[in-house]
Design a protein around this ligand. Structure first.
Ligand SMILES: O=c1[nH]c(=O)c2[nH]c(=O)[nH]c2[nH]1
Length: 324
């Protein structure tokens, strides 16, 4: 009895322990990956697929497993797969992957890791896309996108994360997050911020009409994690379309705060994609400071905002849509 109690306590303490290791910032580039075709189109976006002629990801790998404990507590590396080898593994698998999405690639590599190293209990893989834009060149029908020359872009990037766990001889895919990060949008007018608490700490003037500059990361989870892989393109949510929804809603809605704006974007995303479980936001307010409003019409002069900056975080699901 006493023995089994001790075992329970032991298990509990290791369950709560943080123990993982891995490699991050693994930059991998693949040319002529399979194209993403057959995605559903939505009114807010012209995006209907991706050629994947040039596909780049910055990957993070994380290994978990009880068998790594001696590497920390006894300097015993006999079970340690070197993080350098993880990097080589990811690079190699980029040539083997036959799918068309970042999430699909992460799932593919994660599964290969678990198949190859039987003592690894769980693997978390995440990646941020390196965006590349096709450059425009003269073609038969006027100026058209080149299929050879791309620009390394610092625009928004797709994000993916998957978590795979070994359960006896099965591999469980229970958790994923997809996203688009680094969206930066400016609306020059038709936005306000009024009605907030006025007390002895308030110095900000109410603005019936302001230019609003936001940076935005949007994340989503699917009801069925496997829909994130893109194997059924009709059920896949492309980051490009979510980015486009954000800018269309920003254009259409005269919002009274960033809070209100991201809620409206979230409703639209949930409306377009019933296969999603949740959508969440991290917004930052980068609104410029107005220095001249004495010009003709709507013209203004602005300067950079000083630090500190405001932010908003919010998550929502289909129950928010039903309440509307
Ligand atoms: O959209 C905004 N939300 C806020 O909560 C806030 N606070 C602030 O100072 N400016 C703004 N703008």
């Amino acid at each position: 009895m006493i023995d089994s109690n001790e075992t329970d306590t032991d298990t509990q303490s290791t369950d709560q322990r943080t123990m993982n290791y891995g490699k991050e910032k693994v930059a991998v580039y693949r040319t002529y990956a399979n194209p993403l075709e057959g995605v559903r189109t939505i009114p807010e976006s012209s995006f209907d697929g991706r050629d994947n002629i040039l596909f780049g990801l910055e990957v993070r790998v994380q290994f978990e497993g009880e068998e790594f404990l001696p590497s920390f507590s006894e300097a015993d590396n006999s079970k340690v797969v070197a993080t350098d080898s993880m990097k080589n593994f990811v690079l190699h698998q980029a040539g083997e992957y036959e799918g068309a999405t970042a999430e699909g690639f992460l799932h593919f590599v994660g599964k290969e890791f678990l198949d190859t190293y039987s003592h690894v209990e769980a693997v978390k893989m995440s990646a941020t896309e390196y965006p590349f834009d096709e450059r425009l060149v003269p073609g038969e029908d006027g100026v058209e996108p080149s299929d050879l020359v791309f620009r390394a872009s610092d625009d928004e990037s797709a994000f993916g994360e998957i978590y795979l766990e070994r359960d006896d001889d099965r591999i469980e895919f229970k958790e994923q997050t997809s996203g688009v990060t680094g969206i930066e949008l400016i609306k020059v007018k038709d936005n306000s911020f009024t009605g907030y608490v006025q007390d002895e700490y308030t110095t900000l003037p109410e603005r019936e009409d302001r230019a609003l500059y936001i940076s935005l990361d949007i994340f989503w989870t699917y009801d069925e994690p496997k829909d994130a892989l893109g194997e059924e393109p009709q059920r896949y949510v492309p980051a490009e379309q979510v980015r486009d929804i954000a800018q269309v809603v920003f254009h259409e809605v005269d919002s009274n705060s960033i809070q209100d704006l991201i809620y409206q974007i979230g409703l639209r995303v949930l409306e377009r994609y019933p296969e999603l479980e949740s959508v969440s936001f991290e917004a930052n307010n980068r609104t410029w400071i107005e220095v001249r409003d004495d010009l003709e019409g709507d013209a203004r002069v602005f300067r950079e905002p000083p630090r500190p900056t405001g932010y908003q975080q919010f998550s929502m699901d289909h129950s928010d849509l039903e309440e509307q």
